[in-house]
Design a protein around this ligand. Structure first.
Ligand SMILES: NC(=O)c1ccc[n+]([C@@H]2O[C@H](COP(=O)([O-])OP(=O)(O)OC[C@H]3O[C@@H](n4cnc5c(N)ncnc54)[C@H](O)[C@@H]3O)[C@@H](O)[C@H]2O)c1
Length: 266
């Protein structure tokens, strides 16, 4: 542990993960934040998923506790912040990792209910935790908020709802950054590219029936850097930088973590 987040309190929303062979973005970020000295509130809708992340952190000597909440509900978000404040008076970092794409379709086939569900989860899961945390951060004139979007926000995708919702999350984060700059609160968004995570591999393989190894090879082939997907640790390390004071003059940025995929544009 090198202490890049020493004495900080971080809330990681979506800190559990889809079951699978590798580690997910939210869990890796929670674990890395704790390794760097943060006390981490591991928030997830699924109690067992949050508890597994906490167990991993505690087994490594870190400090974390689970909070079970559906963060698309405003009251639940207020309760998350209240649960964190019961243990101390500050929230230094809010990391919003929740995102879904199941049921997405092309423009001619998109189902309005799927569109609503994807938008609801992908935006409210960031907007409502931010709304609940901002008064606490404003009081202390400090804080770092990190939203997890996707490189799909800026790259071509055949399906529409996930892309449009992540583009909206990028736009939201810019407003969040500018509206809160005078309070010393920073807000940035990470755009992961093709990552080898359970959500992407085990989840998509189960949904499409494509064999996992075939899916891995197809995704690897699309990545410019070394022809290999990234891992959740790549997202976690970018988040660590944005959470830490090292990025103290960076706000309103959309950072691709994508092995060069978005650099192909133009
Ligand atoms: N894996 C990739 O290739 C890739 C690429 C681009 C972007 N992303 C983004 O990364 C994020 C997901 O990464 P992950 O690997 O941690 O996913 P994951 O599915 O493994 O973990 C997400 C966690 O969020 C929880 N969750 C879902 N809805 C919730 C809700 N309403 N309230 C509280 N918790 C909820 C789930 O229970 C799960 O534990 C998403 O925002 C996704 O869009 C992933």
């Amino acid at each position: 542990m090198s202490g890049r987040l020493a004495d900080k309190v971080a809330i990681v929303v979506g800190a559990g993960q889809t079951p699978g062979d590798t580690i997910g973005n939210g869990r890796a970020t929670a674990v890395l934040f704790a390794r760097e000295g943060a006390t981490v509130a591991c928030v997830d809708r699924v109690a067992a998923a949050a508890e597994q992340t906490v167990a991993q952190i505690v087994s490594e000597g870190g400090t974390a506790f689970p909070v079970v909440a559906d963060v698309t509900q405003e009251d639940a978000c207020r309760e998350v912040v209240a649960a964190v404040l019961e243990r101390g008076s500050r929230v230094d970092v809010l990391h919003n990792n929740v995102g879904i794409g199941a049921g997405d379709q092309t423009p001619s086939r998109i189902d309005p209910e799927a569109w609503d569900r994807i938008f609801d989860v992908n935006l409210k899961s960031a907007i409502l935790p931010c709304k609940a945390v901002l008064p606490i951060m404003r009081e202390r004139c400090a804080g770092s908020i990190i939203n997890i979007s996707s490189v799909g926000a800026v790259c071509a995708m055949p399906t529409v709802a996930y892309k449009a919702s992540k583009a909206a999350l990028n736009a939201y984060t810019q407003s969040l950054a500018i509206g809160n700059a005078k309070y010393g609160i920073r807000a940035n968004v990470i755009m992961p590219g093709l990552m080898n995570t359970p959500m992407a591999i085990d989840g998509i393989a189960a949904a499409t029936g494509v064999d996992k190894q075939t899916l891995i090879e197809q995704r690897d082939a699309m990545v410019p850097l070394r022809g290999k997907m990234g891992t959740a640790w790549d997202v976690a390390h970018a988040a660590l930088f944005l959470a830490s004071d090292e990025s103290g003059f960076i706000t309103g940025v959309a950072l691709p973590v994508d092995g060069g995929q978005s650099a192909r544009i133009g």
